[in-house]
Design a protein around this ligand. Sequence first.
Ligand SMILES: Cc1ncc(COP(=O)(O)O)c(C=O)c1O
Length: 383
Amino acid sequence: MEEELNTLRKRHLYREVKVIESPQSAHVRYRGRDMLMLASNSYLDLCNEERIKAYAARILAEYGTGSGGSRLTTGTTALHTQTEEALARFKGREAAVVFNTGFAANSGILPALCRAGDVIYSDELNHASIIDGCRQSRAETVVYRHNDMADLERKIKERPGRQGMIVSDGVFSMDGDIVDLPGLVELADAYGLLSMIDEAHATGVVGATGRGCEEHFHMEGRTDILMGTLSKAIGAEGGYVCGSRVLAEYLKNRARSYIFSTALPPVTMAAAKRALELIEEEPWRVGRLQENVRWFCGQLRERGIEAWSETAIIPIRIGAEEKAVEVSEMLMEQGFFLPAIRYPTVKKGEAMLRAALMATHTKEELRAAAAAIAAAIAWAGRE
Ligand SMILES: Cc1ncc(COP(=O)(O)O)c(C=O)c1O
């Protein structure tokens, strides 16, 4: 283990935990200092929202700290089912099922729905939890080129008549681009395959009211399985799947990560439920997030940095791991929290800064961040 850790250090691939000393918000306390948070998945800044905290505190006082059992034994409370109903409504589906995390959802859904003899067509940039779910299913996993529908169709045609599923991130977690949903659904329909989209970084972010990829493409109701997480824009914890009533009942009976794990505490469900209500009550949050992204990308491009995104994730490509770490450290020193993303999260030699914005960042903060990023990249690139 030590040898391997030393090798990671030499290759600038060693990773360590960064301990935040405050709530997750646009500003955080880190190593005793105030930092502008530019990397969080709490896109709508709801982890520390007063009304959500007040409601969660009431539920905490009423229901206590733990759930005491798995969803099918003693762990399901009214808060769990209310949150599932709220999710199903928000996503325009008959039913929803909450899992403990997004990771648990993917690694439960895929083996429950696909088995040996089936085929899962999976985008090459899909999240690790989808990759693990594919492996656990024992279905044949066919990886197609990133968002390349021609490659996907070629691969489907090579396996005529096979039963299976196409699965893709809705918003890709590192590059921040959006799935070609019209292309994917057309192929799923044409070849009789199930379609599944992971909305982890899409919910609360894309679409006019933050309902995700289907809303973005005006394709409401067209995907068979909408998976997502409550841990990012929703500001709580937990994974979910939305779909037909039959799908929900089937997963409750077949998904091992749902069945064999203690349910989330009611207080977490309360936070997620209240956050969904707030997203609907206050549409300005989604609008301001989308506006912030446009503004920030413009600020970066004005300073010579290629930056485009329609989501909250803005990849800033650096390349060499060593340089990415140096840029990140310089930014950290100046009070900008923006860690380097390296292999194995991205390919070797394709290290980057993954900027992630919040609805509550101000234009002044984003202007200062863009200037600091451009200066750090120029400094690290000097001969
Ligand atoms: C695309 C995607 N799916 C699933 C997950 C897992 O969700 P969670 O963090 O709730 O386990 C993540 C993030 O970690 C993700 O980026």
